[in-house]
Each structure stands twice: as C-alpha cells, then as structure tokens.
Design a protein around this ligand. Structure first.
Ligand code: GLU
Length: 490
C-alpha cells in the first residue's frame, strides 16, 4: 500500500509571506490536490523574538486569498514544546543522543586546534557516556548541557524527487545540537518531531534546506520513524540572476494583491516557476493546474522571476473574467484612487460598459483606475504630452474643430457609435481634413489622454451630455492648458 499523501507548508511568521515561501506552499498544495492527499499548515513560531501574531494572521489571509485551503487544524509549533523535549529525552535514554557539557569557548578552541592541524572537528563525545555522579559534578561547576544527536559513521544517502540521489559523508555532519543549554528545542528537532507526529509523507521545500535534510534524516531514523520522500524546489532568482530579494521590488504576495493582481494569476505564475509543463502552454486555470501539476516535471536549475510575464499572465486572467466579476474586483481600486466614493451607487449598465471597454487594455486591476478614471470624473488633468501633440500645434484651429463637434453632438437624436462616427466623417469631408484631425483633439478633450479605448465607443459610453460638457470645458481651458504644456516642456 503506498503511503497516503500528507504534505505540510511550514512558514515562519516573521514577516509578510514572501513570494518564495508562497511558491513552496503552492507546490505542496498542488501536489496534495493532484494526489488527492492532505495539505497541512504548520506555523513555525518558535522564534519568539521574530514571530508575531499579526504575521500569522497575514499568512492565513494570503493563503485564503490565493485559494490554498488547508486540511485539518493548524499546528502551532510553539504549542508542541513538550513533545519536542520528551522526544529528545527518549533519544538520550536510548543512547542515540547525549548531553554534552562542553562550554562554547572550549568547543571553539578545539575547532581552532583542529583547523590548525588541517583536520575538521567533530564532537569527540567526551561526555556521552559519563555517570550520573560525573554529570552532577559538572553541573555543580555551573555547566549546563546541550543535547546532541549521535551521527553514525558512514554515508547519508537519499533520493530527492527533484535533485536525484544525494550523498553526504557523515564525517561532514557533526553531532548537532537538538536541545539548547537553556532547555529549548532547536529547529531541527522541532521540525522532525512535528513531521513525524503529523505523519508527513512528502517534504517539499526550498533547495536551501538540503543541508538540513541530511541532518533531519538522522533524526527520523533515530526516532524510528518512516522517512518521508524529499523534494527540494529550485531557487527563485531576480532578472539579474541574484536570489530574489527586496532589491528586485515587491517580494511579498500581498504587495501583488494590493497592486491589482488576481489570485488565479499569482497561482498560475508561481506554478510555472520550476515546473516544466511539457508543452508551451502558459495560461492555466486553477482546475487545470490541480489536474496537471506533477512534481516529477519540476526541474532543479534556478528559475527566474519574470515580472513582465507575470503582468501578461495577469492580463490574460483579467480577460478570462466576466465583466460583472471584474467590476466587483476593480471597484475597490477606483475607490482607493478617489474616483468613486466608498458605497457610492454606480449605474450597473454604465459600469459594465466601462469594464467592457477597458478589459483588454488592463494588466492589473489598478489599471482600471489609471486608464478609466475619466469615466468617473471630468476633473482630470490634460496630459501635457497629449496637449502638445494634438492641441498645441494649431490651437485656434483645434478649438474651432472642438466647437463643431460640440455643436454636431448636441444635435444628434440618437447617440450611438454609427451616428458619432458619421459626425466625424461628415465634418472632415466638409472641411477637407483628415478624420484624425478631429479624433485626436477630441480624445484629449474627453479623456485628457492621447491613447485609450476606441474613441467612438467611449463617446457613446460617456453619453451625449457628458461629451458636450467636456468639449465645452476643453474650449474654455484650451488656451491656458496649451500655455502650461509649453512651460512644462521646459
Ligand atoms: N519554517 C521554515 C521556513 O520558513 C520551513 C521549514 C521546513 O519546511 O521544513 O523556512
């Protein structure tokens, strides 16, 4: 019978959930879902100086947002202190671990000595077999022991699901400390005891944990526990091929959420960091990922965080959503940008039309506010570049054309794209001008920008009254705006 799949994600709550951590969590989650196993969450909060409850909440929040649901109750490592210590004690009793009374400075001196003689220092287990009376005497001197695990001679060999066979000479692994002299468990002990008790079948974590794994294997064996399978995920690098860090910009998932990335896009993008799909498909829905993801297709070479690809994928996921849902998601970004009031009712048909016009142009939800602000306010600045390009060269003639457009729009009985287009066509024929000579200045007047969604469509969505008002306002402001734009140019 194959072992039932039980994986865990074990973040430390010492800050906002980092992209690399979320990546590890996601690969565990996808593996669990694909294999119909369990995805467990363990909060590794034993570092009391750096762990904070608000970071724990932030982890829950981001996992929920990403849709990475966990099975079973969350395990808090800090609540398992007694289990960690009692296992260490049982290892001492079984002779697999021992109390070591060396003082740190003594060890340091030994290490230096060995180094000077060209040897590497391994604990000589001088205190491993002392009697109770000797121990008492040492404690009487004020020495407080640590507990060390005995590393047997030989080699540590394991088959990593991604890296292949890993072999380490045990003489390079010192009898490492599992309980500090103040009686608190070390990370290695806590992790392995928890993994054993949670019956974890596969440990999927970052490649920076490989050296830990070679130690952990000895703890699993000392505890007579079944060894889990190991899979070490590739490192994520920035585009300069250095390990992804704050220098590269946003590195926490919540920063991307706040910048208007969709959870499905985050999941899709992170899944491609290290997973080779076997073909060139890049857009994946969550359901497809849950079906297709395979740990055996994860490569070991480093993977590069490509922000442009992330943006592109986000745009693709935006395109995959119905307008209704997009509006719900984009609205908070408009509120935040001060375009609409919180709770302000917006005509539903209007909102659907606006989103419909913008969706192809937006790569993030925040883009809806940036690119579509003019749909909600006429109090926008005229972009000086747009002004210089389309108004400044012949401001008087442009003003006349804007005036004609205003007059013709005012007369229109039915304000649809055909009618609007016909106005522009007729005016340009009548005056012997190009349609562009109306279209561009008009776009600046209505939106303040030189690019945006199809002009005739946005005119109709804005509606006759708003368009006529904005053309009127542009006429009044044009001389001053042209002058300002010239100053801005320096
Ligand atoms: N808490 C560790 C970390 O955040 C993970 C430990 C593990 O996966 O074994 O790096």
């Amino acid at each position: 019978m194959p072992r039932p799949v039980r994986v865990r994600f074990a973040p430390s709550p010492t800050g906002l959930l980092h992209i690399g951590s979320a990546h590890t969590g996601l690969f565990n989650w996808l593996f669990a879902r694909k294999e119909k196993g369990r995805f467990l969450l363990r909060i590794e909060d034993t570092d009391t100086a750096r762990s904070r409850p608000e970071w724990v909440d932030a982890i829950f929040e981001v996992l929920e947002w990403m849709g990475m649901d966990w099975d079973e109750e969350v395990v808090y490592q800090s609540s398992r202190f007694e289990q960690h210590i009692s296992r260490a004690e049982s290892l001492v009793e079984a002779g697999k671990a021992y109390r070591c009374y060396y003082l740190p400075e003594e060890l340091e001196a030994r290490r230096k000595e060995a180094l000077a003689e060209g040897r590497s220092w391994r604990n000589d287990r001088r205190y491993a077999d002392i009697t109770a009376a000797e121990a008492e005497a040492l404690e009487g001197e004020g020495r407080k022991p640590v507990i060390r695990l005995k590393i047997p001679d030989g080699k540590t060999v394991f088959k990593d699901r991604i890296l292949g066979e890993i072999e380490v000479e045990n003489e390079t692994i010192d009898d490492f400390v599992i309980v500090r002299s103040n009686g608190t468990p070390l990370y290695h002990l806590a992790v392995v005891v928890d993994d054993v008790d949670m019956d974890v079948s596969h440990i999927i974590r970052g490649i920076d944990h490989v050296t830990n794994t070679t130690k952990h294997i000895h703890l699993f064996q000392a505890l007579d526990a079944e060894l889990p399978e190991f899979a070490h995920l590739p490192s994520i690098l920035g585009e300069d091929k250095k390990k992804l860090s704050k220098r590269h910009g946003a590195v926490s998932v919540s920063e991307y959420r706040d910048a208007g990335y969709l959870p499905d896009a985050v999941v899709n993008f992170l899944s491609l960091l290290g997973w080779q799909t076997g073909d060139d498909q890049e857009f994946f829905t969550r359901a497809e990922l849950m079906q297709r993801f395979s740990l055996d297709q994860v490569h070991k070479r480093d993977t590069v965080f490509d922000l442009r690809k992330f943006e592109w994928l986000n745009g693709q996921h935006i395109m995959a959503l119905p307008n209704e849902e997009l509006w719900t998601l984009a609205k908070p970004f408009m509120v935040r940008a001060g375009l609409i009031g919180d709770g302000q009712p917006i005509d539903h048909d209007y909102a659907m039309e606006v989103v419909g016009l913008l969706r192809e142009r937006c790569r993030t939800l925040a883009d809806f506010a940036v690119q579509g602000g003019f749909f909600f306010t006429d109090d926008f600045d005229y972009n000086p570049k747009a002004v210089r390009k389309h108004w400044s060269k012949e401001p008087d003639a442009v003003a006349v054309r804007i005036g004609w457009l205003r007059d013709e729009f005012t007369k229109l009985a039915s304000f649809d794209t055909e009618a609007v287009e016909e106005v522009v066509r007729n005016l340009s024929e009548r005056e012997g001008l190009k349609a562009a000579q109306f279209i561009h200045p008009c776009r600046v007047a209505l939106t303040g920008e030189m690019a945006g969604p199809s002009l005739f469509h946005l005119i109709v969505v804005l509606g006759k009254e708003a368009c006529v008002d904005r053309l009127e306002k542009a006429l009044v402001r044009l001389p001053e705006v042209v002058e300002q734009a010239a100053i801005g140019q320096g």
